[in-house]
Design a protein around this ligand. Structure first.
Ligand code: HEM
Length: 321
């Protein structure tokens, strides 16, 4: 969460201690919204049923959004004051700075209210997806000790014993990149992408998709289609080592970020930060499954919904290497 909050507003949003009151509110809001959005709602898939959603869920979501608005509005206010007090603007270089630069342009069509909403949209789109993928990648590695061992070997060979993981290492670690792809193939956090609709009637594979029909693309199934993938349900990062297939929207067999004009704009940040976090977690720490559980007994079931998560959170205990 802090990687994203620092990219956007140069601030840590969460601390390492659960009892830190300032961070607790924020954590509760984000994880509450995540939990609510991951519940299956018929309205997400059948728009006509949209108004039958639970009133309790709507009230909780409204309350959480109000808290989120307050946090981000405060951050914008603080940023504007700090920019006003600076004569040199060269150290203003996060996403919020760029957005405020746009607001300040002559005849700008963007205002502070738009920036607030844009920041919140970006934040919600970024946090849940990235953290869920990281959790799945860690779960798959713990569940498959031979793959974990292979990854550790790659890290050791590339960084030595007393190194430090840096962002620039990520692109030079082929097995790590294969792990990220494999985690996203098996566990795309938005299994049906985001609902689309066409502007016109379209002929597709012998079917007519009528104008304005809601279109859901099952990226989850595409990633497990036995006609495309050998052993589709197994975690085998090796399948990507000698393969051109990437998730950048050109290979339709792997589209966890979507494709085309509405492809996820956070793809570069997500792929870099996932690689960096996984490498850091496994280079600097050894991990054990909590409560003395064996790695093979980790519950790998998932929740259904517009976004998908591990049904049971992954509980691991780190020790410093
Ligand atoms: C593992 C991480 C991520 C995954 C798997 C993911 C996946 C997706 C998917 C599937 C879509 C919809 C694409 C479509 O329906 O065609 C989407 C949209 C979007 N994502 Fe991501 N995302 C991730 C991380 C991020 C991050 C880090 C950010 C922000 C920095 C972000 C911002 C957005 C935004 C703003 C949209 C809406 C784009 C639009 O409507 O045109 N995402 N993402």
């Amino acid at each position: 969460m802090n990687i994203v909050s620092n990219t956007f507003i140069s601030k840590d949003f969460v601390g390492y201690h659960d009892n830190d009151e300032k961070f607790k509110v924020f954590k509760d809001v984000i994880f509450g919204l995540t939990e609510e959005s991951s519940r299956l709602s018929l309205g997400d898939f059948f728009p006509l049923l949209g108004s039958f959603g639970s009133r309790g869920a709507r009230a909780r979501t409204k309350d959480r959004f109000a808290k989120l608005y307050a946090v981000f509005d405060g951050a914008i206010e603080e940023k504007i004051r700090s920019r006003d007090s600076k004569t040199d603007s060269s150290d203003c270089n996060d996403v919020l700075d760029s957005l405020l630069d746009l607001v300040n342009e002559e005849k700008s069509e963007l205002n502070r209210h738009d920036v607030l909403h844009l920041l919140i949209d970006l934040f919600i789109a970024a946090i849940d997806t990235t953290s869920s993928t990281l959790e799945w990648a860690m779960a798959e590695l713990m569940h498959n000790p031979t793959k974990l061992h292979k990854f550790r070997e790659e890290l050791q060979q590339s960084l030595g014993k007393n190194g430090e993981v840096e962002e620039s290492h990520v692109s030079k670690l082929p097995y790590l990149n294969a792990i990220v792809k494999e985690a996203l193939r098996l566990h795309p956090p938005a299994p049906m992408l985001i609902p689309h609709k066409g502007n016109d009637d379209v002929e597709l594979g012998g079917f007519t998709v009528p104008k304005n029909a809601q279109i859901l693309i099952n990226a989850w199934f595409i990633g497990r289609d036995p006609d495309i993938w050998a052993n589709p349900n197994s975690f085998e990062p090796e399948r990507f080592l000698d393969s051109e297939i990437d998730f950048k929207g050109k290979h339709f067999e792997l589209i966890p970020f979507g494709s085309g004009r509405r492809i996820c704009p956070g793809l570069p940040l997500a792929s870099r930060s996932l690689g960096f976090m996984l490498a850091s977690l496994l280079y600097h720490f050894n991990w054990k499954v909590a409560n003395g559980m064996n790695p093979e007994d980790i519950d790998m079931s998932f929740s259904y919904g517009l976004t998908s998560h591990k049904a049971q959170p992954l509980l691991l205990v780190p020790t410093k290497v």
